[in-house]
Design a protein around this ligand. Sequence first.
Ligand SMILES: [Zn+2]
Length: 136
Amino acid sequence: MWVQKTPAEQVTSELRNKRIKLRAAMIYPALLTLIITIIFTFTYPRLGSIRNGGAFLVPQDQWLIQLPSALISGVLMGVGTFLLMMYARESPKITLVCHECGKVKVDDGFTSCSCGGHYVDIKTMKWVEDKPLFRP
Ligand SMILES: [Zn+2]
């Protein structure tokens, strides 16, 4: 059943969510940077020559020449992705849960539930398992 989080639990879960968001905003851009650097170093200059029967990969003697610009492109894309992930607006949809019956819905402006209870932001609630009535 859904129960109200204590103020301390709300702060803790907000901090945890921020930590998860920051970690994702660092890991995905780093991977993107690596992938873009590899693609631009080893493949990009020759992509146009595929049509003319040229090799797909860049010759080894060109790798070091290609690396700096590929690295710069990768880092710029990574930084852009990081900023986008950190500061992009979150979804305006707020999920609500009924205090009494546990029904869940997207916020539609009505906070009264048909059971007589009222809907509250699900971020302020937590799920706990019901205790069994008796133990065999
Ligand atoms: Zn209800």
